[in-house]
Design a protein around this ligand. Structure first.
Ligand code: NAP
Length: 304
């Protein structure tokens, strides 16, 4: 039986470090770090994410400043708000909650954020710094995954790592961070031939795909470490019966509640093969917000 890598516990450790960092700033007579969150439209999931981020900010002493815009906000108005936040010396970090409503260009908005306030780490300047291995604000999810692996003493040097997914948000930066730590990295994606065989080569498998239960137990090398970034809601009972064959409780929950959250990896099957696995929920999810707040503190300390 493998170890469950508890993301919630590690997120609490990361948040405690941020809280102490905020306290240290205040002790030096500086103001608390401030995170501006821009929420456009009525996407219910986005409202939940923003609420969670606001609550986490409050716990560690970061000020959160919420800016809500209507779904039919023109791009020029969003640009103007970002410009205003960029120029505001009382704002350290700016986060534009994605997805944006149709008609708004997310890339344009993200690229407009000043790189010094880009706490999501999505700006091309910050992505370029990461590519060069230089300090900068780095994407929260992969940064937090690296912190979790370090905490659990996963030795990355020389390790065969496979990152499943090549998004700018997770897959690509995760691969770069692993490479920086001297892992031998393969990036796999939807056009990869014989995906199960590629995954089976991995001593460390990171799945960031968004396909419930894609990674079966037979895809995992015995003793591998598995980081499951995917967050998916499964409502279909037939799909649930297939992917939760080794997790009867999850299937029961699906039947009882009409839906259940799961990752890209079949957790029950992975637990029988891997040496360590992150669960969903309770794995990478809580770490991402902790990474965001760590970035906000780092952004505020750039004036130090
Ligand atoms: P994304 O932008 O949709 O990228 C998905 C990647 O997976 C793409 O590179 C795609 O390949 C690849 N892919 C899709 N279907 C595949 C298949 N059948 N076989 C192999 N590769 C496949 O997604 P993302 O933003 O990176 O997010 C991925 C997952 O992580 C989602 O479930 C998301 O909700 C979750 N997520 C979680 C957190 C967290 O806090 N835990 C944070 C961010 C994201 P192509 O490039 O070839 O299309």
């Amino acid at each position: 039986m493998s170890q469950v890598l508890d993301g919630k516990a590690h997120a609490d450790r990361m948040l405690e470090e941020v809280r102490q960092g905020v306290e240290a700033r205040l002790a030096q007579g500086k103001r608390a770090p401030a995170l501006a969150v821009v929420l456009v439209g009525d996407d219910p999931a986005s409202h939940v994410y923003v609420r969670n981020k606001t609550a986490a900010c409050a716990k560690v002493g970061i000020r959160s400043l919420e800016h809500r815009l209507a779904a039919d906000t023109p791009q020029a108005a969003l640009d103007a708000l970002i410009d205003q936040l960029n120029a505001d010396p009382g704002v350290d970090g700016i986060l534009v909650q994605l997805p944006l409503p149709q008609g708004l260009d997310a890339k344009r908005a993200l690229h407009r954020i000043s790189p010094a306030k880009d706490v999501d780490g999505f700006h091309p300047v910050n992505q370029g710094l990461l590519l060069e291995g230089l300090p900068g604000l780095r994407p929260c999810t992969p940064t937090a995954c690296m912190s979790l692996l370090a905490h659990h003493g996963v030795a990355l040097k020389g390790l065969r790592a496979v990152v499943l997914g090549r998004s700018e948000i997770v897959g690509k930066p995760m691969a770069l961070m692993l490479l920086e730590q001297h892992a031998t990295v393969t990036i796999a994606h939807s056009r990869t031939k014989d995906l199960p065989a590629v995954c089976r080569e991995a001593d460390l498998l990171v799945a960031a795909v968004g396909r419930p239960g894609l990674v079966e137990g037979s895809w995992i090398k015995p003793g591998a470490v598995v980081v499951d970034v995917g967050i998916n809601r499964v409502e279909d009972e037939a799909l649930g019966a297939a992917i939760f064959a080794a997790e009867p409780k999850k299937l029961e929950t699906l039947r009882a509640k009409g839906g259940v959250l799961c990752g890209d990896v079949r957790f029950g099957e992975a637990m029988a093969v891997a040496s360590a696995v992150t669960p969903v929920p309770g794995g990478v999810g809580p770490l991402t917000i902790a990474g965001l707040l760590a970035n906000t503190l780092a952004a505020s300390n750039q004036d130090a």
